[in-house]
Design a protein around this ligand. Sequence first.
Ligand code: NAD
Length: 245
Amino acid sequence: MGDFDGSVAVITGGARGIGAEIARKMAADGAHVVCADVLDTTEIVTEIEAAGGSAEGRPMDVTDAAAAADAIKAIHSDHGHLDILVNNAGITRDQLLVRMKPEDWDLVLRINLDGAFKVTQPTAKIMMRQKSGRIVNIASVVGLMGNAGQTNYSASKAGLIGFTKSLARELGPRNVTVNAVAPGYIQTAMTDALTDDQRAALMKTVAIPRLGTPGDVADAVTFLAGPKASYITGVVINVSGGLYI
Ligand code: NAD
């Protein structure tokens, strides 16, 4: 018996990186996972099915409110329930503020913050009717501590944390929890761009001097989405190896 037996979990940005790892762990624990992404999800879906799990891919651009709502409604009508939403889709467009292009500010906010609103709104309506559900938002420690060169990204992630806390208050009476996980530097495509020098400098700022793994983040997400976290809502779990304390 797995913690997620019979559950349906939607993971935005589930094609690769942290989202794909969350999908692997939830599927291994019995969930039917829906990897929703602008990228092709065939690889992760095939991998999960080959391991004996249950998964499907859904094309989804979280910036398109109507398409996101249609996808969420279709998932709900196909399965009869929707138990877990992980708002994980996110991008960076790093630059110092004085050099930042307005379109890079807009795009990061549109995907990382507005995208969570657009997917969560139709999902929350379903979960409120069900009187059960778990929502986990993937923020970042830079939303808590700031980072030079990431005003757009930090603003989006700080916004996501405020969104999490307010929505936790709205949905708690309907037995829907809303929490956030704030990763530090995690080994994925997003951090592959770091040079060796940048990596070495970073390690001096982390109490546990290694990059985190997608599995480190997925463990916190599955805890918050699982049965052991039923009385936890509105929190931010920092998975940063002590980058932010
Ligand atoms: P990633 O780039 O490997 O994965 C992000 C996924 O989001 C991709 O599959 C991408 O296609 C998808 N995506 C992007 N725009 C989308 C859109 N408009 N609609 C739907 N899907 C979209 O990055 P990752 O490192 O796995 O990041 C996952 C989440 O974790 C992001 O929210 C990121 O901000 C957060 N995070 C990552 C780190 C890190 O160090 N890697 C640290 C803190 C927070």
